[in-house]
Design a binder for this molecule. Structure first.
Ligand code: SAM
Length: 272
């Protein structure tokens, strides 16, 4: 059995009874950072052997873990904080295990994205977890442009030193939407900063601690109605901050036709 075990994202009281029991009972704990996890295990009086499982060693160690699972041992995966496999190592191990027919079992608990979402005050009926944006400028722009038309609350993770730049880009691509910065969740300095993206950028002082960014989806008033013309749809994507090429690509998807057809239709509509 492979257990995916949640650990606290700040407050140690968020460790669950079940997580403690499972971590005591398994044969091996696969941890992202063994030194960090050691502190947690010591706090809860857990003495199970550990192995490092992170991005750099995941294929070698993954194979080792798989062999032990196939031999009938049980293994728990933990990340530094929160749910393993959510913007953290673990997903590959789950894939290896699933392919090998090994049972995978969740041990739920703390998670930064959902904790931020439920306190955001934004729509929780439909949401999209986007995780970390790509680091290169072009990939990040493309990534944000693809999200600009999503009609659901969007949740991002971002490192503190990149937060201000990221908010600036969000404002450029998404327009001035409502957003929430959830800071230091479950910790002493927990706080929620709410406002339009421009207001958050203005009021945000020194960026300290960990943040989740929750942004409202494309406002319904801007959503595309099926009876709209190609040029109206393209105009809306442009107004949402996309460049012309991306706007035409998105319109092509929306009408389920090629970009060339969108281009030709635009020309026709313009001359009518
Ligand atoms: N696996 C974790 C989870 O389930 O939430 C996420 C790990 S990811 C590597 C780390 C990112 O999660 C941080 O950069 C930050 O965006 C967010 N995060 C983690 N803990 C947080 C906290 N206590 N408060 C706010 N954001 C947090």
């Amino acid at each position: 059995m492979l257990y995916l075990c949640a650990t606290p994202i700040g407050n140690l009281e968020d460790m669950t009874f079940r997580a403690i029991r499972i971590l005591r009972e398994v044969d091996l704990i696969a941890a992202e950072d063994t030194r960090r996890t050691r502190k947690l295990l010591t706090h809860f009086d857990i003495h199970t052997p550990m192995i490092r499982f992170d991005e750099n060693c995941k294929s070698d160690v993954g194979e080792k873990i798989l062999r032990r699972l196939q031999a009938g041992e049980s293994v728990a995966v933990v990340s530094d904080a929160g749910l393993p496999a959510i913007s953290d190592p673990g997903a590959d191990l789950v894939r290896f295990a699933v392919n090998a027919g090994i049972t995978v079992c969740p041990v739920p608990g703390a998670n930064a994205a959902l904790s931020a979402l439920i306190c955001s005050g934004l729509d929780t009926t439909k949401f999209l977890f986007a995780g970390f944006a790509p680091k290169t400028n072009k990939n990040r722009r493309d990534f944000l442009q693809r999200l600009a038309t999503v009609d659901a609350t969007i949740i991002f993770y971002e490192a503190p030193h990149r937060l201000k730049n990221f908010l600036t880009e969000l404002l450029e691509v998404f327009g001035d939407r409502r957003a929430v910065l959830a800071r230091e969740l479950t910790k002493i300095h927990e706080e929620f900063l709410r406002g339009r993206l421009s207001e958050l950028l203005e009021t945000l002082g020194e960026v300290l601690g960990e943040f989740v960014i929750v942004v409202e989806g494309q406002p319904l008033s801007k959503a595309v109605a099926p009876e709209e013309t190609v040029s109206e749809v393209v105009e809306k994507f442009l107004a949402a901050g996309m460049d012309k090429k991306s706007a035409m690509r998105e319109a092509a998807k929306r009408f389920n036709v090629s970009r060339r057809e969108i281009y030709n239709t635009l020309l026709k509509e313009e001359t009518q």
